[in-house]
Write a protein that binds this ligand. Structure first.
Ligand code: BDR
Ligand code: CA
Length: 311
């Protein structure tokens, strides 16, 4: 089985991605590190631990870093609610559900050393934990097989006009990782906006038996209503696209690019600037996903979720 590490800030779409991984063949999830992002670290960590136990996901969960390399903590609580996981009536059952005591960054480094050249990291939040791992151990980039990151955009942003949320929340970390030499796959908004989740998917999820499917459906209903409360509508499904890329790379096309992150711009801080004219204008440091086979991606997503939630 392929060894995988999940670094995330759950978050509904992070949690959905984890469920998809759990149903994928040939994957061994070695561990999960939580990072501050959608909500403060205490919440993303607790969400991860509680979701793991409710959904029977079986992986050690560690707390990583609680603030970006520079600047103040930025979260999505204004959109996702105070804990970052949709505050629907029937939330995850109360704890206590202890996670692992160790440090998420050190655990990630240890996993990289234990599987030299083999470990893929699925990164679904700000890249703080990855950047700290590279700062702590310069061998990490050569030890990892790849980082598949949901973040950035080769066109417009979402948190700001120019910047995607995960990039904006820790631009210094994203730029450090991108310039570290680690094989890097960018699953940006330009891609995730192609793969829509909508009320039809919600109806399908609602038709599945069991409390796990029902709980995920409640969260999906909240998510579909973020832009129009009470009237669920289509939404891009960000993090699950990155999980799918890891599991079924053939569902996507990508092009090599030289990607850097704007750190200084007043209007453009956190923008992922993609130079596609490689090697003429720069050395490629990333594969940037450009197109998804959309119906096949949606079908694969739902099939993985059905297995994760009903079997
Ligand atoms: C990203 O930001 C978070 O809110 C989502 O979980 C996703 O990782 C989309 O910009
Ligand atoms: Ca996320």
């Amino acid at each position: 089985a392929r060894p995988i590490w999940l670094d995330a800030d759950p978050g509904f779409d992070d949690l959905t991605s984890w469920l998809m991984l759990s149903a994928a063949p040939e994957i061994e999830l070695l561990g999960v590190s939580a990072v501050a992002g959608n909500a403060p670290l205490a919440d993303t960590f607790e969400n991860a631990v509680r979701a793991r136990d409710f959904f029977g996901l079986k992986a050690p969960v560690y707390a990583g870093r609680d603030r970006p390399l520079a600047g103040a903590l930025v979260t999505s609580q204004h959109l996702l609610g105070p804990t970052g996981l949709a505050s629907v009536n029937r939330t995850l059952p109360p704890g206590p559900y202890p996670g692992e005591a160790g440090d998420g960054v050190q655990a990630l480094i240890a996993a990289a050393h234990a599987h030299p050249g083999e470990l893929s990291v699925l990164a679904l939040g700000p890249l703080t934990n990855l950047a700290r791992a590279i700062q702590a151990d310069a061998r990490v980039p050569e030890l990892l097989r790849e980082i598949v990151w949901m973040g950035g955009s080769s066109d417009r942003g979402n948190h700001t006009a120019a910047a995607e949320f995960n990039a904006f929340a820790d631009p210094e970390a994203a730029d450090l990782v991108l310039t570290s030499g680690v094989p890097f796959v960018m699953v940006g908004l330009n891609l995730t906006r192609q793969v829509i989740v909508d009320p039809d998917h919600l109806r399908t999820l609602r038709s599945w038996p069991g409390e796990r499917a029902a709980l995920l459906a409640d969260h999906l209903e909240f998510y579909l209503g973020i832009r129009s409360p009470g009237r669920p509508g289509p939404m891009p499904f960000h993090d699950p696209c990155a999980a799918l890329r890891l599991i079924y790379p053939e569902l996507f096309t990508s092009v090599p690019a030289h990607v850097r992150v704007e750190l200084d711009g007043t209007l453009t801080r956190g923008m992922t600037v993609c130079e596609f004219r490689v090697p003429a204008r720069g050395v490629a440091n990333a594969e940037v996903l450009t197109h998804a086979h959309v119906p096949e991606s949606q079908t694969a997503m739902m099939a993985l979720l059905r297995t994760a939630l009903t079997e």
